[in-house]
Every structure is written in structure tokens, then in C-alpha cells.
Design a protein around this ligand. Structure first.
Ligand SMILES: Cc1cc2nc3c(=O)[nH]c(=O)nc-3n(C[C@H](O)[C@H](O)[C@H](O)COP(=O)(O)O)c2cc1C
Length: 175
């Protein structure tokens, strides 16, 4: 079994999610091919049995380039079991989950790519990587004034065990 993992990350956390998914798949004895769609890489579906799509949300949407790439590969994706991971901070809070689901639903509408399975993954605050604008958006728009430690370089909300269970369940049932 070969799992193709297509991802795009702005500040690097979804790259870590993609790496974690790859390690999880490999620990189960399968091969992976990880492609960063933010880097204009070519995508090869030969011998691929499953696909994981992972992208982060900025200002209420997933990256345009990511959406364009998966829309372009829509026919190949339709034939394969697919798990979409939408990484956002809204997903970290019970009252934000509906909004996080909206981001994912809007991506499905725009791209026409409807995954076999999907999951909302809580992302990370990466204070050390933000400019002034990003800091204000995260603090007052995304986190809506919720307190967080601005002296720490990052705060990760991702539930890695839950992600492992999601990936394991996807591989077990989708083949
Ligand atoms: C400028 C900016 C805008 C963001 N906008 C949203 C948003 O609209 N909704 C949300 O839930 N999270 C938002 N986030 C949080 C990111 O989705 C989160 O930090 C994620 O972990 C980023 O993943 P990445 O490092 O792979 O890009 C935003 C983050 C930044 C820096």
C-alpha cells in the first residue's frame, strides 16, 4: 500500500502534521510519498492506494494554490480513498468547530473534491513566526481575545493521538 500525502503549510505546522501522518503510515508497514503543493511540485498517482490531503486555514480559507492543485487532480482523487485534514485554530475550541467545518465545506464546494473521510485538526499559534499584522489577526480575530502566552515561541493545540487514530481508521476501512 502506498499513501500519497499532499499538503500545503504557511507557517510550517501542517508540514509537521504531514510528517506525523507519514510516520504513522510507515509505522503500520506502508509506503508514503509526501508532496508539498506549495512548492509547485508534480504529483504522480502511480501505485497510490490512498491519498491524504492536508492544508491550513488563513483568513477563513485554505491556500488558493492548494485548492487549485487538488481541483486539477479531481478525477484521480475521485477514484481513490481520500482523507482531508483541515488545520485551523478554530478547530481547537468546541465553539469554533462549526466555523472550522465551514472552511472545509467551502473548499469542497470550490474544488469539487469530496473526500471519503475528513477531520478538523487543531493547529498551532506560532508567535515567533508572525509579523505585526499576523499577530493582530491571530490574537483578535482568530482567537477572539482568548488568552495565550505571547512569550512562548509557539503553542500547539494538535491532538496527535487523535490524529493517529484518524489515519489508522482511514487506512483500515478505505482500501
Ligand atoms: C494571519 C493568520 C490568519 C489565520 N486565519 C485563521 C482563520 O481564519 N481561522 C482559523 O481557524 N485559523 C486561522 N489561523 C490559524 C492557522 O490556521 C493555524 O495557525 C495553523 O496551525 C497554521 O498552519 P500552518 O503553519 O501549516 O500554516 C490564522 C493564522 C494566521 C497567522
Amino acid at each position: 500500500m502506498t499513501v500519497l500525502i499532499l499538503f500545503e503549510s504557511v507557517e510550517g505546522h501542517t508540514a509537521k502534521v504531514a510528517e506525523y501522518v507519514s510516520n504513522t503510515v510507515q509505522a503500520l508497514g506502508h509506503a508514503t510519498h509526501v508532496v508539498d503543493l506549495g512548492g509547485n511540485a508534480s504529483v504522480d498517482f502511480d501505485d497510490v492506494s490512498h491519498v491524504v490531503l492536508a492544508a491550513s486555514v488563513h483568513q477563513r480559507r485554505h491556500p488558493r494554490q492548494f485548492e487549485a492543485a487538488i481541483a486539477a487532480h479531481g478525477q484521480a482523487l475521485e477514484r481513490l480513498p481520500t482523507l482531508t485534514l483541515s488545520v485551523s485554530l478554530s478547530a481547537a475550541f468546541p465553539e469554533g468547530r462549526e466555523e472550522a467545518q465551514d472552511y472545509l465545506d467551502e473548499m469542497k464546494m470550490r474544488t469539487g473534491v469530496h473526500p471519503t473521510r475528513e477531520a478538523l485538526v487543531a493547529g498551532a499559534v506560532q508567535t515567533a513566526k508572525y509579523d505585526y499584522f499576523a499577530m493582530q489577526v491571530v490574537r483578535y480575530v482568530v482567537l477572539k481575545g482568548r488568552e495565550f502566552d505571547t512569550s512562548a515561541p509557539s503553542h500547539v493545540f494538535t491532538d496527535w493521538e487523535a490524529l493517529r487514530a484518524t489515519v489508522t481508521g482511514f487506512l483500515a476501512t478505505a482500501a
